[in-house]
Design a binder for this molecule. Structure first.
Ligand code: MGD
Ligand code: MGD
Ligand code: SF4
Ligand code: MO
Length: 731
């Protein structure tokens, strides 16, 4: 199958880079692969610059094409996110293109949902069906009954379609199952969130504390490069994690915290910084409100108090706080990204924001920098009709948008209730594995009038869809421009390296066709994506042919720091709000309070989960190249616990949670690198679609065991680290 790319070579390069990286530079994993000539034994016919979709960081890549096949992918040296390097997943993008299990043509269900019987149809038939059914649902239940679950860059075209229909229900698990609490917390404290490409000056930081956030497993390319640079310059890392993560292995201090107690640690750090007068006094005086209230609030949150909660020795709490203070303002507590852990997550993220404020690192080298954007005007289209919404069962005062979890709950509401959800459109979002409690999501989907899936692969979501619209992969399509706020302002283009394989189509084309069939053509007035992109780029005064040639256009940044003593923030007080009046007004704690987590009963473990360097959720678990490097997930268990349960490394074990949900088998990894009270697995495995020949039933799915969530009272995030499991050998 891989007649062009040598699989062995890929394994040698990626595997070597991960391990070599760990050993040498400390932070694992990207690869600067061999030259094009090495890869294929000859010059490529062309090299097409585009950007990656193996995760959502969107690094610039160069696709080497020979005989109309992509033979290799490298980092685009011009692109400021990749700087010529990719993470192993990005390099494995060829595997996404040539996965023989890909969806190949539009499919219509011919039986009950869940029976997985399909009939291949023409695009015309699939699109007619979808447009007609969406129209019927809208006519009967209103536009507010239609929801779009979206993840991935092409989702924008479907958002336009949804808004054109009059629905405001764009939901994203990357919000309420991911970084929502951080967005709320930094919004409340600083008036702005660090953003999708976090505005962290990691490379210049002299001390960085990582609260859980497991860079190294979390392979966001630019950040891994920046942290490697900081490491090379001798920065001090402090990692707070119940598990000895890759970044913990590169840290001066590993704080193996009791899960769910981080807010106690952060308050104790604030106690030390304030109590010992180590905070940036002048910065706080000129730039923050609520210091007196904060000082009083943390007065009794001593390291001795925190020790009883966290299990971290008081002296270590003091030492690490002092170490951060010594490096300040070039010191930070990394704000993390996936922060929906225990329900009180916005408050924990507020504590992170507050400790950063005490370090005085806003707009300072080695702290949070001020990004810039290369602005590209929008394509002019008519205004959308007023947006209708479904009615969530519970309202959250500071949720920035409709929530994915609520969309699922609202689907299960009364069948005749006009405010409940009736149709799901899923774009690049594998809802049954992505929302907590797979079995519940599946039961919910049975109640829907319509499920539409736009995907590249068979997946749990496509298995339940009425119609499957197969998108081509990122290497075969144009897409929306990418110009996020960043230290280097830039605009990047995604463009096809090779023609579409099979009978697959780009997302922009699918959305435009549906729009036209639904009488919403005015929102897609352009002929094709190239015309759309070209006209936007020209309106920005940029050269489109340069963008097509280089893949990216950058502008120098004036300055990403502001060293003036007094800054202005986008909060109501125009200052950093240590004490949050907005939270007080909403009846919530204006200063972060610590809630002790529920303890696992004796004999039970807390279930934790995270990433592996070579995979992105369920996106890559079937990828022929990446699945060979990391074929299945394992269950991490502390060695003493394994011994007391009579379990051995490599055993196939089953897991059962507090609600008698069982899953597995999964291979046991016995290690000293995790606390005794928890177990850990990588998310994205335990696939249940038989069409996935490489990942079907390999490993286990955390999502099935997450039958309980604890909602964040501020923004509605679903804290998912609140499930307990027992572990036993497979019968
Ligand atoms: N249990 C559990 N749940 C989690 C997490 C966890 O760790 N554990 N993590 C949470 C986090 S942090 C996030 S951000 C969310 C992410 O979860 P999702 O929003 O669901 O994102 P993915 O899992 O990446 O989506 C995968 C789907 O996109 C498809 N896909 C891949 N490429 C393309 C493409 O080019 N076009 C289209 N149309 N489809 C494509 C894949 O085939 C797959 O079906 O999950 C959250 N949910
Ligand atoms: N390779 C790869 N990289 C990715 C992704 C991917 O799928 N694959 N996904 C991307 C996305 S969308 C996101 S959101 C990020 C997610 O990556 P991060 O934001 O880094 O995610 P976390 O949930 O912080 O990371 C899980 C870590 O938290 C630890 N942990 C669990 N409970 C606790 C606790 O109570 N306290 C503390 N201190 N630590 C705890 C776990 O042991 C684990 O090491 O990764 C991004 N990068
Ligand atoms: S971090 Fe890796 S997977 Fe994500 S966009 Fe960059 S190269 Fe692709
Ligand atoms: Mo995420």
């Amino acid at each position: 199958m891989f007649r062009d790319i040598s699989r062995r070579k890929f394994l040698a390069v990626t595997g070597g880079a991960i391990l070599g990286g760990v050993a040498a530079s400390g932070v694992p994993g990207f690869m600067r692969s061999a030259s094009a000539r090495d890869a294929k034994g000859g010059e490529p016919d062309r090299v097409v610059p585009t950007f990656c979709e193996l995760c959502f960081w969107k690094c610039g890549v160069l696709a080497y094409v020979k005989d109309e096949r992509v033979v290799k992918i490298e980092g685009n040296p011009r692109h400021p996110l990749s700087n010529g390097m990719l993470c192993p997943r990005g390099a494995g993008g060829v595997g996404a293109l040539y996965d023989p299990d890909r969806l190949r043509q539009p499919l219509l269900r011919v039986s009950e949902r869940g029976e997985q019987r399909w009939k291949p149809v023409s695009w015309d038939e699939a699109l007619d069906f979808t447009a007609k059914r969406l129209g019927e649902v809208k006519a009967k239940f209103g536009a507010g009954s239609i929801v779009l679950f979206s993840h991935g860059h092409g989702g924008g075209f479907f958002k336009t379609l949804l808004k054109g229909m009059g629905s405001g229900n764009v939901v994203a698990p990357s919000y309420d199952q991911c970084r929502g609490p951080r967005m709320a917390a930094f919004g409340l404290t600083y008036g702005t969130d660090p953003g999708a490409i976090e505005t962290l000056d990691l490379a210049n930081a002299k001390a960085i504390a990582f609260i859980g956030t497991h860079l190294g497993e979390n392979m966001h390319n630019t950040q891994v490069q920046d942290v490697s640079a900081a490491n090379a310059k001798g920065a001090t890392f402090i990692t707070v994690d119940p598990r000895f993560s890759i970044i913990a292995s590169k840290s001066k201090h590993w704080l193996p915290i009791k899960p769910g107690t981080d807010t106690a640690l952060l308050l104790a750090w604030a106690n030390v910084l304030i109590g010992e007068g180590l905070y940036q006094k002048d910065f706080i005086e000129k730039n923050a409100v609520g210091f007196a209230e904060l000082a009083k609030h943390v007065e009794d949150k001593t390291p001795e108090w925190a020790y009883l909660q966290t299990g971290i020795e008081p002296q270590l709490i003091r030492d690490t706080a002092r170490e951060l203070a010594r490096a300040a303002p070039a010191a930070m507590v990394h704000p993390g990204r996936h922060v929906v852990w225990y329900g009180n997550d916005t408050q924990r993220s507020r504590a992170v924001a507050i400790v950063n404020a005490l370090l005085g690192n806003w707009a300072k080298p080695g702290g949070f920098y001020l990004p810039a954007t290369l602005d590209v005007p929008e394509y002019k289209t008519p205004a959308f009709p007023p947006a209708e919404h479904f009615k969530p069962a519970q309202k959250f005062p500071l949720a920035s948008s409709a929530l994915a979890y609520d969309a699922c709950t609202a689907t299960a509401a009364q069948p005749d209730d006009a405010s409940s959800v009736k149709a799901w459109i899923a774009y690049g979002c594998n809802v049954p594995l992505t929302l907590p409690n797979t079995a519940n999501v599946i039961e919910t989907m049975k109640k829907l009038e319509l499920v539409v899936a736009i995907d590249t692969m068979p997946a749990e979501i496509t298995g339940w869809a009425d119609v499957i619209l197969p998108e081509n992969t990122y290497l075969e399509r144009h897409d929306e421009l990418h110009n996020p706020p960043f230290r280097t302002p830039y605009v990047a283009i995604r463009q096809p390296a090779v023609a579409s394989m099979y009978d697959t189509k780009p997302g922009w084309w699918i959305a435009k066709q549906l729009g036209e069939k639904m009488g919403l053509g005015q929102y897609f007035p352009w002929k094709d994506a190239r015309e759309y992109l070209g006209s936007r780029v020209a309106a920005a005064g940029l050269d489109f042919s340069q963008l097509e040639r280089d893949g990216v256009i950058t502008r120098p940044t004036a300055s990403i720091y502001d060293l003036s003593p007094e800054l202005t923030f986008k909060t109501p007080s125009k200052k950093i709000e240590l004490f949050s009046k907005a939270l007080a007004d909403a009846g919530l704690d204006p200063l972060p309070t610590y809630e002790p987590p529920e303890e696992p009963p004796t004999g039970w473990f807390r279930l934790l989960f995270g990433r592996a360097p070579t995979h992105t959720f369920s996106r890559t678990t079937n990828n022929p190249l990446l699945s060979e490097v990391f074929p299945e997930n394992e269950l991490w268990m502390n060695a003493e616990m394994a011994q007391s349960l009579g379990l051995r490394a490599g055993d196939r074990v089953m897991l059962e949670n507090q609600d008698q949900v069982k899953t597995g088998p999964i291979k046991l990894r016995v290690t000293q690198r995790i606390r005794q009270d928890c177990v850990f697995m990588v998310h994205g495995f335990g696939r249940e679609d038989r069409r996935l020949t490489r990942s079907f039933r390999r490993g286990a799915a955390d999502s099935r065991l997450i039958t309980r969530v604890k909602r964040d009272p501020v923004m509605g995030g679903t804290g998912m680290n609140v499930n307990f499991v027992t572990v036993f050998r497979e019968a």
